[in-house]
Design a protein around this ligand. Structure first.
Ligand SMILES: [Zn+2]
Length: 225
């Protein structure tokens, strides 16, 4: 990996006020090789996903960069009581191995559950953990796909998705694809069908194409493995 593809970002922890360094990847250095059906990118360069979680070395608070500072006073107390009190100081400020990146996401998932983040956000964290396990640990990958799937279904039915990057077309497709990956073809076909018959599909030709392709794939294999 080219080390200068990463740079240091200084961050201030909203819980304990500690300033620390975390790595980020230069957008110009990201090289995507190919993409899986569930949007997981494979990179020719270092994988930027590994650095999307910030972890405070002093108090253990961890969150996705986009949520890191969104914290209310009573939530600080929740983290102090449940995380910081048990935390042994350790750092994730350097280049992260896949294993370290998984630890960072696990911490963000734990903090996110304590803070009652939106199901969509928790689902995204779980899905990224599944991606980090892909090709390395199938059992753990499946466990986190299952987790993500449950959270995305709850988000689909109970959360307002209109102001997120995941509208009901994207998430409907993704739920179908995650079912397909788990081998549940019946549910996969159901969700792909639901997604293509949504009038909003016309606003997103890329997802429409992906949905039709994966729908066919799931239907072809519906009666056998
Ligand atoms: Zn902190």
């Amino acid at each position: 990996m080219e080390v200068d593809a990463l740079y240091d970002k200084k961050v201030k922890c909203p819980i304990c006020s500690k300033e620390f360094i975390t790595k980020k990847m230069r957008t110009s250095r990201i090289r995507i090789d190919r993409v899986d059906g569930d949007f997981m990118n494979y990179y020719k360069s270092e994988n930027p996903t590994k650095y999307h979680v910030f972890v405070c070395p002093k108090c253990g608070y961890a969150a996705m960069e986009s949520n890191f500072n969104n914290i209310r006073p009573f939530e600080k107390e929740i983290i102090k009581e449940n995380v910081s009190s048990k935390w042994r100081e350790r750092e994730y400020s350097g280049v992260r191995t896949d294993e370290e990146a998984i630890q960072c996401y696990m911490l963000a998932f734990y903090c996110g559950q304590l803070l009652n983040l939106k199901k969509l956000d928790l689902g995204n964290i779980a899905l990224k953990i599944a991606w980090l396990y892909r090709g390395k640990n199938e059992e753990e990958e499946r466990r986190f796909i299952q987790n993500a799937l449950e959270l995305f279904e709850q988000a689909f039915y109970t959360e307002n998705l209109s102001d997120t990057s995941m509208d009901e077309i994207n998430i409907g497709y993704l739920i179908g694809e995650l079912y397909r990956r788990l081998g549940n073809k019946k549910e996969a076909v159901l969700w792909f069908g639901k997604t293509v018959s949504n009038p909003l599909i016309k606003t997103n030709p890329r997802i429409e194409k992906m949905t039709r392709e994966q729908w066919l794939l799931a239907k072809e294999n519906e009666n056998g493995e």
